[in-house]
Design a protein around this ligand. Structure first.
Ligand code: HEM
Length: 504
């Protein structure tokens, strides 16, 4: 036992001394000051943290102890300030950007928006952007409304049906957001709302999330990566499922391109504008990017809807206030449309709930890393040497008491200037960037807000809601890049008539 302890101590000392040659260790004392020893010497603490699904908590604990910049592994720094968002993700004066960390954004055979380098990214984004403009959103409204209305109709059926309103809202939110995105991206919805079941494509997607922790672990440890590959070969069902998953998308896109449509789906916009024929997206690139959009634009929105619903149901005063606001603003459900819901000044409290949920339950809680340039970079006032992985850690940033007063509390009022508690005037609201910023920020931000407002407002308008006891602890989840969410069990009842209803 003593020998093993001695050997471990020697290994640790050796690792620390070897590591002292690392450029980050040799850099300014300001950076070195925030280096937990074990993290500076080894990658395994970070890798295990990712594997266990506790990365958000572990990184936050390091920030709480060491401050606004922390060395989370030998070659990686985590930041938690508004300035770091700008320095890491913003476009520089010379029009360059920090590249995406290639160990995290692993490139596949097809060029796609998330992993493309700066030049390719600009070309792809230029072709995709028209599908996400405000004009496009208004043109897509009737298509979106069909899905919103179907969701409400299906929920009403469940209130009247044998389940007597006991509903897993996590599943229902997944159904509606995945149906919307498949309708827009593939020309047809998955039909999950209609059937009340997960489409196999969705089931594969959710199964894959559980592997993300391992894939991140494997990208750090090549031996684990090799094991993963061997396991995949030995378990043909895994690779067969992956193939079927990819084939499904390919077939749907090919069908949609062949048949054409009058509907204003994404492909209409992507294929109708001709900027520069040489640089058009080819069919393979269109497919690769639609695959990204299918996942980027569904789970993230469903996650936020679940979080906002859970916060409201665990804060009854906020629930009553949000419900009253929606019901007083819209006398009839038909009055709710994209324009009326997003009108400046409309639904201030609901919008504050949405912001507060983005803060307390970011759909992407972990760092989206970039690498410093060949000359190094200045981040949050510090010089960081070349080729270091850097990023802002959303969970730590949004829950840091240096950025927000009562950082762990659900306080939508902090976003309402006239009502914010005085202590919240010190909040650094600029540190909340749930859709990132700069040239790689979220392309679907307006669509996401439109879906979130439309769905939450309709659910609050139509139903009385109560959290079922087994979902009281729903919030406490593991994260594997995305949250590993459990079912969100809620009891729904038809809306109670109000005095105003009787009068009209
Ligand atoms: C609450 C919902 C959402 C959140 C929190 C969110 C968040 C983000 C974030 C943080 C990024 C930056 C990724 C990176 O740096 O690698 C991003 C990128 C992106 N998002 Fe979203 N997103 C949401 C909804 C959507 C929707 C509805 C769509 C489309 C239908 C969408 C499409 C995209 C695309 C295409 C990118 C890549 C942009 C680029 O690289 O230029 N997202 N999103």
């Amino acid at each position: 036992m003593t020998t093993i302890t001695l050997m471990l101590a020697m290994l640790f000392t050796l690792a620390c001394s070897v590591n002292s040659t690392h450029p980050m260790t040799r850099s300014t004392s300001k950076t070195r000051g925030n280096s937990p020893r074990l993290r500076s010497a080894f990658t395994f603490p970070q890798a295990f943290s990712n594997l266990k699904g506790t990365g958000h908590l572990d990184t936050k604990a390091l920030h709480d102890r060491y401050g606004s910049v922390v060395r989370i592994s030998p070659n990686a720094l985590s930041f938690n300030t508004a300035q770091a968002w700008k320095d890491i993700y913003g476009l520089k004066k010379d029009r360059t950007e920090l590249a995406k960390d290639p160990n995290y954004y692993i490139k596949g055979p097809t060029v796609q928006i998330l992993t493309a380098d700066q030049e390719e990214h600009a070309r792809i984004r230029k072709h995709l952007a028209p599908a996400f403009s405000d004009t496009a959103l208004m043109e897509q409204e009737s298509l979106l409304n069909q899905h919103f209305e179907l969701l409400i109709a299906k929920l009403k059926q469940q209130v009247d049906g044998s389940s007597q309103g006991r509903v897993d809202l996590m599943a229902q939110y997944n159904f509606v957001t995945f149906d919307i995105i498949s309708d827009l991206a593939l020309g047809k919805p998955f039909g999950a709302l209609e059937s009340g079941r997960y489409h196999p494509w969705m089931r594969n997607f959710f199964e894959a999330i559980k592997f993300l922790g391992f894939i991140r672990f494997a990208s750090i440890y090549p031996l684990a990566g090799l094991l993963f590959q061997v396991t995949q070969r030995l378990m043909p069902s895994l690779s067969a499922k992956r193939r079927a998953h990819l084939d499904f998308t390919e077939k749907k896109v090919q069908e949609r391109l062949k048949n054409g449509t009058n509907r204003k789906d994404f492909l209409q916009y992507i294929t109708e504008r001709k900027y520069d024929t040489e640089k058009q997206l080819n069919e393979e690139e269109i497919l690769g990017n639609l695959r990204v959009i299918l996942t980027a634009g569904s789970e993230t929105t469903a996650t936020h809807l679940c979080g906002a619903t859970w916060f409201l149901l665990t804060h009854p005063t906020a629930l009553s206030r949000a419900q009253a606001e929606v019901r007083n603003t819209f006398k009839m459900p038909e009055d709710m449309n994209l324009r009326s819901l997003s009108k400046p000044g409309a639904l201030p409290f609901l919008n504050a709930v949405i912001q507060e949920t983005l803060r307390l339950y970011p759909s992407i809680p972990s760092t989206l890393p970039r690498v410093t340039g060949p000359q190094g970079s200045i981040i949050d006032g510090r010089y960081i040497p070349a080729n270091i992985s850097v990023g802002v850690h959303p969970w730590s940033t949004y829950r840091s008491s240096s950025n927000f007063t009562a950082a762990d509390d659900f306080l939508p009022e902090r976003w309402l200037p006239a009502e914010a508690p005085i202590a919240c005037s010190r909040d650094k609201k600029d540190s909340l960037k749930p859709f990132s910023l700069g040239p790689r920020n979220c392309l679907g931000k307006s669509l996401a807000y439109a879906e979130i407002r439309s769905i939450l407002a309709r659910v609050l308008w139509n139903f009385e809601l109560q959290l079922e006891s087994e979902s009281e602890e729903w919030f406490f989840q593991k994260e594997f890049v995305l949250w590993d969410k459990a079912s969100l069990w809620v009891k729904l009842r038809h809306r109670r008539p109000t005095l105003a209803d009787d009068v009209t």
